[in-house]
Each structure stands twice: as C-alpha cells, then as structure tokens.
Ligand binder design. Structure first.
Ligand code: CA
Length: 224
C-alpha cells in the first residue's frame, strides 16, 4: 500500500503507550486482573479505552450503549468520561464476567451511571429498538462476531442522526486480509467491513488502534 507510513513495531508500540497513556489506576488494576483470565484477549487495549473515552467527551455523548461488556474495561472507561447525568446501557450474556465489571464500576463510583442488562444481546436489542429508537448518542459494539451485522443494524436504529457507532475488532488480528482464513468469525467481520464501505447511511472511518475500530456516524443531520 503506497500511502502506508507506519508499521507498529513492538518498540514503537511501547513508545506510544509510554508517551500517551493516562490510564486511571482502577482501569490499570482491572486490566491486570483480566490479564489472568483465560479469555483475556477479549479485553480492549488501554490506548483504545482512552480513545473511546476521548470520543465520548469530544462528542458530548450523554446516552451510551455497549453491546458486549466482558469484565468491563471499555464500560468503565466510557462511564468515567460521561457527565454526572450521563447513562450507559450495557448488554452482556455473562453473569460471571460482568460481576467483575460491577465490582470495578462500584469502586470507581460510576455504578449509578450504568444500567446492566443480562441476556442474549439479540433479544435485549429487540426491546431497546422498540422503545428507545433514535435516543442514543453513542454505541460500542464488541460482542460475538457472527452477529456483528445484526448488532450494527440495531445500533443504527438506536443511535440518533449524527450519533456515533464504534465497532471493535474489525481487523481481527489481521485475519480479515488473509484470503485463506474463511472461519465464521473472520467472514462475519469481513462481510460487515465490505458492507459498511457502501453504506450511504453513515460516514465511515476505520481506525487501526487496538484490533481495529470502525467509526460510523449516522447521517441525517441538517449538515448531512
Ligand atoms: Ca473486542
């Protein structure tokens, strides 16, 4: 790719982290606790958490939705960035994982900003789509990859015009660019990425931070 300027070597990544991370103490503790978890790779990178929090503040988001909580790193980062009257609706299937999340939300004093719903995200989203369409400023999708397209369509209904949808793992460790990888998860992410490129309902940017985050802004405000 002729316009590529950077390959993030381990040394450069270490520099980036050292020179830009302002990770709050509780987020660092949570990250270290989750690193001992067998499914720890489901946790977002700290620079990504900082980026999401930055976006929440930049956009002035007050009503946020997270699809896929795991042990709560991203939800804690987002909740800490919300104003005192901001709210985060959080969906997850696991009581066990979100018990860790809840412990940290409490410790950080943001528990009352977060409304956790346990169950299959597809089912929970049916209710939200019926009752809360167009009311969210911000949606973060980071759950099972097979359902990504489904979650995206629900998110697009739930977010207001001008609102932001962020989608995690869109580069999937590089697998999306490997034609030999035809596993179900990889194909689901690849198909969504291809679909988003042609989706006129959104403005689009794929940011190569963490495992790749797509930002989709719902069009429809007076400015387009
Ligand atoms: Ca993820």
């Amino acid at each position: 790719m002729s316009n590529q300027t950077l390959a993030l070597t381990p040394a450069l990544y270490a520099y980036l982290a050292h020179q830009s991370l302002r990770e709050p103490e509780l987020l660092r503790t949570l990250r270290e606790e989750t690193a001992r978890h067998p499914r720890h790779s489901m946790q977002i990178a700290p620079e990504e958490g900082q980026f999401l929090a930055f976006l929440v503040r930049l956009t002035g988001a007050r009503r946020c939705l997270e699809i896929g909580v795991f042990t709560g790193y991203s939800s804690l980062a987002v909740a800490l960035a919300l104003p005192a009257d901001g709210r985060l609706t959080a969906l997850d299937v696991s009581e066990e994982y979100t018990a860790v999340a809840r412990r940290y939300w409490r410790a950080a004093g943001v528990e009352d900003r977060i409304d956790l719903h346990l169950g299959q995200a597809r089912d929970l989203l049916v209710d939200l789509v019926q009752s809360q369409a167009g009311t969210y400023d911000w949606v973060f999708i980071d759950a099972d990859k097979i359902s990504y397209r489904h979650y995206y369509e629900a998110a697009l209904v739930l977010v207001r015009p001008g609102g932001l949808i962020a989608i995690d793992n869109v580069l999937w460790g590089g697998a999306v660019a490997d034609p030999a990888d035809v596993t179900e998860d990889t194909r689901a992410i690849r198909d969504l990425n291809a679909f988003l490129l042609g989706d006129e309902r959104i403005d689009l940017s794929l940011v190569p931070i963490g495992d790749g985050v797509t930002l989709a802004r719902r069009r429809g405000t007076p400015s387009g």
